[in-house]
Design a protein around this ligand. Structure first.
Ligand code: PLP
Length: 430
């Protein structure tokens, strides 16, 4: 496989863009080698600047649940573009997407649209603080909630990949209000509440996808709900990744625990930049212009982005079976890879939720971030590069989740498993 054009493109990009990328997770730092520069996507495939083709299990880090260039999303975007790119005034498209989003989630009466997951979470935290009149927040080590100041503490994903659990440039005065707890460990949460009587909210990825895939235990989420209720704190489910991916109706539909606020992103924009946060009316009424909690955005609710999101979500709504079909493929993929690994004496931990899949090269089950960090990073790097050579594009960090799109066929899954067997054999033979 030749990657000369990608190498050249990366060199040029590095002259002008820090690290050659506009989001650090794209940089291939932890797996070595050069990021692949993409020219186009079509269905399940990506094509790079050297003309190599890959089956894509990254899906733009989640958004593209129908694969690249889905016909109905593309048509909706083109139609919207013809009417104007942005108005800075309300459009009916926003109400239509809001109606659709609200219909998916039991705990949401109203939503506000923003342009990224980071903005959605940042605004949800402000809303929780404004609603409760309290300042502290509890977050879990290894959960990522975007790159805003108070949330960039032990944040998993890109941050850990680069060895900066927290970032310079974030004043300690800001992060002192962020209390850290351990995922799936209720005692660590109780300790936060013992230490502070000023906790506005607990924020959690109910299906963590930014330390690899690590779903929260049902009982753990139920306990969080109880602790929040007992202490006048709100429970925020950050479903920017898991929303419309882990299940169609949110983590609450599969865990039985309802959040007070939910944050969304990725799939909700169908590939365009959209984020959202929603809650029951009582909470959302605190938001300006109804209430005093300020939040705004020049391009929020952008008509082209709304059209893409509407096309994606309405297609999901019309195809209720999608999630179980995608889950069967996700499960087959990780089970097949695990069997291939076992044959080579490699131990793999695997899990799936809906269209999300995760795997760790780890002797023990992974329940939290410390467990995830005990995985074999060197083996992952070899696996990643071997699979890339075979034409399979996996996320370039062991702390990421994989995604199945509807464009990925059963045959592609079988081919991926066969390729993994070949790669594991090559790794263990030398
Ligand atoms: C991706 C992600 C974010 C941040 O979203 P951006 O659109 O990248 O700003 C926040 N929370 C979770 C759980 C995410 O996976």
């Amino acid at each position: 496989m030749s990657t000369g054009a990608s190498i050249k493109a990366f060199e040029e990009a590095q002259q002008l863009i820090p690290g050659g990328v506009n989001s650090p997770v794209r940089a291939f730092k932890s797996v070595g080698g050069t990021p692949i520069f993409i020219t186009e996507g079509e269905g399940a495939y990506l094509t790079d600047v050297d003309g190599n083709k890959y089956v894509d299990f990254v899906q733009s880090w989640g958004p593209l649940i129908f694969g690249h260039r889905d016909e109905s999303i593309e048509a909706a975007v083109i139609e919207a573009v013809k009417h104007g790119l942005s108005f800075g005034a309300p459009t009916v498209a926003e109400t239509e997407l809001a109606k659709l989003v609200v219909s998916f989630f039991d705990s949401v009466d109203k939503v506000r649209f923003v342009s990224s997951g980071t903005e959605a979470v940042m605004s949800a935290i402000r809303l929780a603080r404004g609603f409760t009149g309290k300042d502290d927040i509890v977050k879990f080590t290894g959960c990522y909630h975007g790159h805003s100041d108070s949330l960039l503490v032990e944040a998993g994903s890109g941050a850990v990949t680069f060895g900066n659990p927290s970032s310079p440039g974030v004043p300690a005065d800001f992060t002192k209000h962020t209390l850290l707890a351990t995922y799936n460990d209720i005692e660590s949460v109780k300790k936060c509440f013992a230490d502070s009587s000023d906790i506005a909210c607990i924020i959690i990825e109910p299906i963590a996808g930014n330390m690899g895939l690590v779903p929260a235990d049902k009982e753990f989420l139920a306990e969080l709900r109880k602790i929040c209720d007992a202490n006048g704190a709100l429970l925020i489910f950050d479903e920017v990744m898991s929303g419309f991916r882990g299940s169609l109706h949110g983590a609450e539909s599969i865990t039985g625990t309802s959040p007070d606020i939910i944050t969304l992103g990725k799939v909700i924009g169908g590939g365009m930049p959209v984020g959202a946060f929603g809650a029951r009316a009582e909470i959302m009424s605190q938001l300006s212009p109804d209430g005093p909690v300020y939040q705004a955005g020049t391009l929020s609710g952008n008509p082209v982005a709304m059209a893409a999101g509407y096309a994606a979500l309405s297609k999901l709504q019309k195809n209720g079976q999608i999630m179980s079909v995608l889950n069967a493929r996700a499960l087959r993929l990780v089970e097949g890879m695990k069997a291939a690994a076992t044959e080579c004496g490699i131990t793999m931990q695997i899990d799936t939720r809906g269209s999300m899949f995760g795997f760790f090269f780890n002797e023990k089950p992974v329940k939290n971030f410390a467990d995830a960090c005990n995985s074999d990073a060197e083996l992952f790097a070899k696996f990643h590069s071997g699979m890339l050579d075979e034409g399979f594009y996996f996320a370039c960090s062991l702390y990421e989740t994989g995604f199945i799109s509807t464009a990925v066929t059963d045959e592609m899954i079988e081919n991926t498993i066969q390729a993994s067997a070949k790669v594991f054999k090559a790794i263990t033979n030398g």
